[in-house]
Design a protein around this ligand. Structure first.
Ligand code: ADP
Ligand code: MG
Length: 246
């Protein structure tokens, strides 16, 4: 029997901001090809956890491995890590004076120094994948929020990451554009991309996640397959939260 090896392995992670302990011993594994959703009240440390994985914030204790890369290694190659770990935020922050295509191409060309023509082919294919073929030459200001977010997803994918982190990527969108972004993520997951998502979209989590983690005040209260967590939560804190959002 082969034990599935975790692509992202988080062990007993502690993080504080001054006096505030934001992560109090968090452990979580993401296997290759898995889709993990993190849910929980605002302020429970979900964004901080994702930012720790990408080494955007340092941790005080515990370990985070992405493949064989130790994210806490002082000699960590951050550029290499961030190439392998894509991250998409609520605020898509596209460059306003660059077209959609230029936004998608920028990091592989400028940071990874990849060949411009190779990157352009890949970028166009990714814009097609997120259903924005006809918007390649549009500027962000000419696109809806949902379209801009899909450009941001294509931009992240153009780095050819092994795992994608999504932090409430639909939270700032108009309701009618939320669906198209969720569809993009669904297709990505169905293609086998490893995904770790923080989301308030409970139906999406229920449909797509292999495991759902419920967090509260810096701890993982429980995790289970979505059918189990949503229909039979074990902890009263999970029940209370789900009672409010479902
Ligand atoms: P969530 O994403 O679950 O809403 P966050 O990870 O954003 O939670 O925040 C968890 C706690 O950490 C909050 O109390 C927040 O105010 C605090 N926090 C987050 N980032 C910082 C920071 N850079 N400096 C100080 N406090 C922070
Ligand atoms: Mg957050």
């Amino acid at each position: 029997m082969t034990v599935p090896q975790a692509l992202v392995s988080i062990r007993n992670v502690h993080k504080r901001f001054g006096a505030l302990e934001v992560l109090k011993g968090v452990s979580l594994d993401v296997a290759r090809g898995e889709v993990i959703c993190i849910i929980g009240p605002s302020g429970s440390g979900k964004s901080t956890l994702l930012r720790c994985i990408n080494a955007l914030v340092p941790i005080e204790a515990g370990t985070i491995l992405v493949g064989v890369t130790d994210v806490t290694d002082p000699k960590l190659d951050r550029i290499a890590l961030r190439q392998r770990v894509g991250m998409v935020f609520q605020q898509y922050n596209l460059f306003p004076h660059r077209t959609a295509l230029q936004n998608v191409m920028m990091a592989p060309v400028q940071v990874l120094k990849q060949d411009r023509r190779v990157v352009e082919d890949r970028a166009r294919a990714l814009l097609a994948k997120v259903r924005l073929t006809d918007k390649a030459d549009a500027y962000p200001g000419e696109l809806s929020g949902g379209q801009q977010q899909r450009v941001a997803i294509a931009r992240s994918l153009c780095m050819q990451p092994e795992v994608m982190l999504f932090d409430e990527v639909t939270a700032a969108l108009d309701p009618e554009t939320v669906k198209e972004v969720l569809l993009t993520i669904r297709e990505l997951a169905e293609d086998g991309m490893t995904c770790l998502l923080v989301t308030h979209e409970m139906n999406f989590a229920r449909d797509l996640a292999d495991q759902v983690y419920f967090t509260d005040r810096g701890v993982i209260v429980e995790h289970a397959a979505p059918a189990e967590l949503f229909s039979a939560p074990r902890d009263p804190r999970t029940r209370e939260f789900l009672g409010k959002v479902l």
